[in-house]
Write a protein that binds this ligand. Structure first.
Ligand code: NVA
Length: 279
């Protein structure tokens, strides 16, 4: 998908983009992906739909299934996505919920593969909040044989449920899954250094408390210098320099954050073709 000029694999197909939260990369890359594959997308803002307020989630899923060939949804609660999927007759793609951000993880794997030429055997150190991005990345890494280290303060690590899945995946791919509250321990000799915001969308009232809890977890030059000399720095964006990363890090030679952002488009084209194209 990245190499080739768009084939109209999705001519005549329509994707509904149903968003409860703000979005730059996800919204634009899904819209462009449909356009480049010869299809069409319709963006539905939170105000327009009133998911679960103006209209029950199940009814929205049933109605959109009569018009669109697929639904891409970004929701606060993962339960909303499950309800959409349960009542929809067309594929529902998770465009981020409080539990997971799988399209980001898939695109990140593409970026890592392009830069490192392999996945299995690499070590990824995730520094910061055990949030939706961390959950998806942990599961994807453990499935594919990437060693995953998570450094989070106590009370902010990933859930036991996600860990259980991760451990099972890691056992079968022979990768290592390690949790710590020490960012230095996680960073040592890592191939990839990854972080995300300390306060995710929907947690804004906790921002001050989180700034305190995560002080000492900033990814800066000193922490990066513990990783391998050719380590990559990754972040799903948007970033907050001065909080989870030091100023200027996005433009550091080790940073691949804008490649990650670009790869959202290519990866999602592959995903949409897989899910929506006529066989
Ligand atoms: N963890 C962040 C990711 C944004 C792409 C959030 O949910 O706000």
């Amino acid at each position: 998908m990245k190499g080739e000029a768009g084939r109209p694999l999705l001519a005549g197909k329509t994707l509904a983009l149903l968003f409860e939260k703000p979005s730059l990369r996800t919204k634009v890359s899904f819209d462009m992906a449909m356009y480049q594959l010869g299809g069409h997308s319709i963006y539905l803002s939170p105000e327009e739909v009133g998911l679960g307020k103006r209209e029950p989630v199940a009814d929205v899923a049933k109605v959109l299934s009569r018009y669109a060939d697929g639904i891409t949804a970004r929701t606060f609660s993962h339960e909303t996505l499950r309800t959409l999927a349960a009542h929809s007759s067309v594929p529902v793609i998770n465009a981020l919920s409080d539990l997971e951000h799988p399209c980001q993880a898939l695109s990140d794997l593409l970026t890592i593969y392009e830069k490192k030429g392999k996945l299995a055997g690499l070590t990824l150190a995730y520094i910061g909040d055990g949030n939706n991005v961390a959950n998806s990345l942990l599961l994807a890494a453990c499935l594919l044989g990437i060693n995953f280290r998570l450094a989070a303060p106590k009370g902010y690590t990933v859930s036991e449920e996600v860990l259980d899945h991760g451990r099972r995946f890691a056992d079968s791919s022979r990768s290592q899954l390690q949790l710590t509250d020490d960012p230095h321990e996680a960073a040592r000799a890592a191939d990839i250094m990854y972080t995300d915001v300390w306060t995710s969308m929907g947690q804004e009232t906790e921002a001050q408390k989180r700034r305190l809890a995560f002080s000492g977890y900033q990814v800066d030059d000193k922490l990066l210098s513990l990783a391998k000399g050719d380590a990559l720095f990754m972040h799903p964006l948007p970033a907050h320099p001065g909080e989870e990363i030091s100023a200027g890090l996005l433009d550091d030679p080790r940073s691949v954050v804008f490649d990650q952002a670009e790869n959202r488009l290519h990866l999602q084209k592959a995903l949409l073709a897989r899910l929506l194209a006529d066989s």
